[in-house]
Design a protein around this ligand. Structure first.
Ligand code: GDP
Length: 334
C-alpha cells in the first residue's frame, strides 16, 4: 500500500481548503493557518491532514531566516527586500517566531504598522507570530505555516525572529539560509558572537550603513576576522558579511545575489537538499523527545513518586542517576 492509499479521504471542507491553497486563494491559506494555530485537538488533526495532502506541492521556495535585536531594522529590511522581490516578479511570504508574544502577552514583532507598503501588495503575505504555547509550539506552527505558503506558490518565505533568547536556533532549523542583521557597532557584534548566534548565520548584514559608513566598514572587517576563527554550521559555505541600508534601499540587490549564490552553491554540492532532509528528521526527533517528556511527566506513577525523589536529590540524599533510573522505570511500568 502506498502513502496515498493509506491516507483517509479528506472531509469536504478540508478538501476545499486544500484546493483553495493550491489555487493560491488567500482566504483558504489564512483559514488553513487558523486551523494550524488553533489549540483544539480536532482542529490540529484536521490541519495536519490538510498539510499532508499539500506536502507534494511544498519545498519550492527559498526559506530565509532573519534575526536581529529589536530596532536593528528587520521590518524596514523585509519591507524593502520584499518590494524588491516583487519587482523581480516573485511572491513573498513573511512569517515570524516571536516567543515574547506567549511569555508576556505582548509581541516584539507583531506590530500591525510594520511593513505597511509590503502588506498592501497582493504578491505578499504577512502573518504575525503564533502566540500560544512554548517556543517549541510556536516554532512548530510557523514551520507548518511555511509549508502551506509554499503550497500556495510563494517563491520566497521569510521567517523573522528577534535576537533575544533561543528562537534563532529554531528559525535556523527551519530555513535554508539564516541571516543575521547587525548594527554598525562593534559592541553589538561581540554580543552576537558571545551568544553563539554568529555561528548560526549563513550571511551577516550590517544595516544602517548610511548613518556611519566608516563604522559599518569597521564592523564588517571585525566580523569577517571573527568569522574566520569560528566553526560554521553549514559546510562548504563561507558566510559573507554585507553592508546595507534598508532605509535607503541600498545593497538589497547584492543581498539577493548572495542568497542566489548560496542556493546555487549548496544545490550543486547536494548540501541544500541534505540540509532540508536533516531538518525534517531533526524536527521529527524533537517532537518525539517533547512528546515522550510530556508523557513521562504526566504518568500517574511518575507523578506520585516525583516530589519525594526531587527532594531527595536536591538534599543530596539520592544520586541523580538513581532517581532518574527509578522514575524512568516507573514510566516503563517496572
Ligand atoms: P526592527 O525592530 O528590527 O524591526 O527595526 P525597524 O525596522 O522597526 O527599525 C527601527 C528603526 O530604525 C526605525 O526607525 C527605522 O526607520 C530605522 N532604520 C531601519 N533601517 C535603517 C537604515 O538602514 N538606516 C537608517 N538610518 N535607519 C534605519
Amino acid at each position: 500500500m502506498n502513502r496515498t492509499d493509506a491516507r483517509p479521504p479528506l472531509a469536504a471542507a478540508d478538501q476545499h481548503l486544500v484546493d483553495g491553497v493550491l489555487a493560491k486563494n488567500r482566504r483558504s491559506l489564512a483559514k488553513s493557518i487558523t486551523l494550524i494555530e488553533s489549540t483544539r485537538h480536532d482542529h490540529q488533526q484536521r490541519a495536519h491532514q490538510v498539510i499532508e495532502a499539500l506536502l507534494a506541492h511544498t519545498g519550492n521556495s527559498i526559506r530565509i531566516g532573519i534575526s536581529g535585536v529589536p530596532g536593528v531594522g528587520k521590518s524596514t529590511f523585509i519591507e524593502t527586500f520584499g518590494l524588491y522581490l516583487i519587482e523581480q516578479g516573485l511572491k513573498v511570504a513573511v512569517l515570524a517566531v516571536d516567543p515574547s508574544s506567549s511569555v508576556s502577552g505582548g509581541s516584539i514583532l507583531g506590530d500591525k504598522t510594520r511593513m505597511e507598503l509590503l502588506s498592501q501588495r497582493p504578491e505578499a503575505f504577512i502573518r504575525p507570530s503564533p502566540s500560544a504555547g512554548s517556543l517549541g509550539g510556536v516554532a512548530d506552527r510557523t514551520r507548518e505555516t511555511l509549508l502551506l505558503c509554499e503550497a500556495a506558490g510563494f517563491d520566497v518565505v521569510i521567517v523573522e525572529t528577534v535576537g533575544v533568547g533561543q528562537s534563532e536556533t529554531s528559525v535556523a532549523a527551519m530555513t535554508d539560509i539564516f541571516m543575521l542583521l547587525q548594527l554598525p557597532n562593534a559592541g553589538d557584534d561581540l554580543q552576537a558572537i558571545k551568544k553563539g548566534i554568529v555561528e548560526l548565520a549563513d550571511l551577516i548584514v550590517i544595516n544602517k550603513a548610511d548613518l556611519d559608513p566608516q563604522a559599518a566598514a569597521l564592523a564588517q572587517a571585525q566580523l569577517k576576522s571573527a568569522l574566520s576563527m569560528l566553526r560554521h554550521t553549514t559546510p562548504g559555505w563561507e558566510p559573507p558579511v554585507l553592508i546595507l541600508s534598508a532605509l535607503k534601499s541600498d545593497g538589497v540587490a547584492a543581498f539577493w545575489a548572495e542568497v542566489t549564490r548560496y542556493r546555487e552553491t549548496m544545490s550543486a554540492s547536494g548540501e541544500f537538499i541534505a540540509k532540508r532532509r536533516g531538518q525534517a528528521l531533526a524536527w521529527m526527533w524533537e517532537l518525539i523527545d517533547r512528546g515522550l517528556s510530556a508523557r513521562f511527566r504526566g504518568n500517574p506513577q511518575v507523578k506520585a513518586k516525583m516530589p519525594a525523589l526531587v527532594e531527595a536529590v536536591a538534599l543530596g540524599h539520592t544520586m541523580p542517576t538513581l532517581a532518574a533510573q527509578r522514575l524512568l522505570g516507573l514510566f516503563e511500568g517496572k
